[in-house]
Design a protein around this ligand. Structure first.
Ligand code: KG4
Ligand code: ZN
Length: 391
């Protein structure tokens, strides 16, 4: 089955086409087309992602990304059949808030024939709601015009599925892992601990009370005068200090370690960095590396301690760490080393870097499982939900 997947929950406009085969226990995904346009350069000017800006950029870029992805998949064929007026009116109504997208879509549809795909999957939450709506509305319009079934995908499920996918050249392979599976999602838009006790059935165990881990990285980066997105920048500084191998003159708190819950809170840590910098206003660039190091250590310690507490309480057999921050080398190292030492019966899965940050491949993969369950949504009933939950 060929699935076209759309992801616009944050600052990546991504559309992929995957050939999906197999069943729930054993599935193979061949990438036919994969185009991803990052808005990083635009958001860098503002120092972060603003929903209205993200929405505008998605609306501008979605149709070109769609055309490029279908073209790469060799599914883009010219056709001069002009859309019937009734369909045009229907789509016009659907996209009243995105006139630019509607115009580009009409031009595209007037020139191309219905592609040979079997379903359309789209991220319908969680994420930035205005950004989500653009992708959802495009998916609804395409589903209506092309007569293809529509699948709503939870973005967090996409990250979890990407964590257990094994790459083999241009394909990914997923075999059902040993359950229960514990997922630590660490991204810009969310931070969560979720237990999958049955395949794709979830219990939410913990989340963040304030900032996500990614946001904490991005904000601390800004304090250190580093560009957006801050995660990779802070990590680069911290690694430079790690290589020097000196002891760190700074200490930061490890918040929530004794809270007795499985929730996270990063705002205190962020404020502690702020005061540390204020109290050492003459700090030179070299010492800033050590702030980055201590911050990264504190985050990794908290993430590990919270995860380990759940491992203690459950029979977890598989641990998936996913989301943008799972690309962090130190976090990866800490999880690998401490898991091997204390929980060697648990197998660790972290997505490869290209699947760790937002992409549409993971949305197609998660969408396929929903398609196998025949969980389709009528285009008129699909909505974007910024707070969509897994359970
Ligand atoms: O999963 P993602 O692409 O988007 C959301 O779903 O939110 O995560 C983006 C976040 C950003 O906050 C970025 O700073 C962070 O992931 N990030 C990192 C690293 N690479 C990306 N944080 C720490 N270390 C990294 N190497
Ligand atoms: Zn994400």
């Amino acid at each position: 089955m060929k699935i076209l997947a759309i992801e616009t929950s944050c600052d990546e406009t991504a559309i992929s086409v995957l050939e999906c085969e197999g069943d729930q226990k054993n599935a193979t995904f061949k990438i036919l087309g994969n185009v991803l346009l990052s808005q990083i350069d635009i958001h860098r000017e503002f120092g972060g992602v603003f929903p209205a800006v993200a929405k505008r950029e998605h609306a501008k870029n979605l149709v070109p990304v769609l055309a490029a992805s279908l073209e790469e998949a060799e599914l883009l064929h010219e056709d001069r059949q002009v859309l019937p007026d009734t369909v045009r009116t229907e789509i016009g109504t659907l996209l009243t808030r995105e006139p630019e997208l509607a115009e580009a879509l009409f031009a595209f549809l007037d020139e191309t024939e219905t592609p040979d795909i079997d379903a359309i999957a789209v991220t319908h939450g969680p994420g930035l709601e205005p950004a989500l709506w653009v992708g959802v509305n495009l998916a609804r319009a395409l589903s209506m015009v092309w007569g293809k079934p529509l699948i709503g995908v939870n973005h967090v499920e996409g990250h979890i599925v990407s964590g257990i996918a094994v790459q083999d050249g241009n394909s990914f392979h997923i075999t059902q892992p040993a359950l229960p599976l514990l997922s630590l999602g660490i991204a810009g838009g969310h931070t969560d601990l979720v237990l999958m006790h049955e395949w794709l059935v979830y219990t939410i165990i913990g989340g963040t009370l304030d900032d996500s881990v990614g946001e904490a990285f991005d904000k601390v980066a800004r304090m250190l005068g580093l560009p957006y997105p801050g995660g990779p920048e802070v990590s680069r500084l911290a690694e430079a200090a790690r290589v020097e191998g000196r002891s760190n003159p700074f200490t930061l708190p490890r918040p929530m370690l004794r809270s007795g819950t499985h929730d996270f809170s990063f705002s205190g840590l962020k404020t502690a960095v702020l005061y540390l910098l204020k109290n050492n206003s003459d700090m030179d660039e070299n010492m800033k590396k050590y702030v980055a190091l201590e911050f990264e250590d504190a985050v990794a310690d908290v993430l590990w301690a919270k995860t380990a507490a759940v491992l203690e309480e459950t029979e977890t057999k598989t641990l998936v760490v996913s989301g943008g921050v799972s690309a962090n080398a130190h976090v990866r190292r800490v999880f690998k080393e401490r898991l091997e030492k204390d929980y060697s019966h648990v197998s660790l899965h972290i997505p490869i870097n290209s699947l760790a940050t937002d992409n549409a491949i993971m949305i197609a993969m998660a969408g396929y499982y929903r398609a196998l369950n025949k969980e389709f949504i009528e285009p008129s009933e699909m909505k974007a939900n910024g707070n969509l939950s897994l359970a």
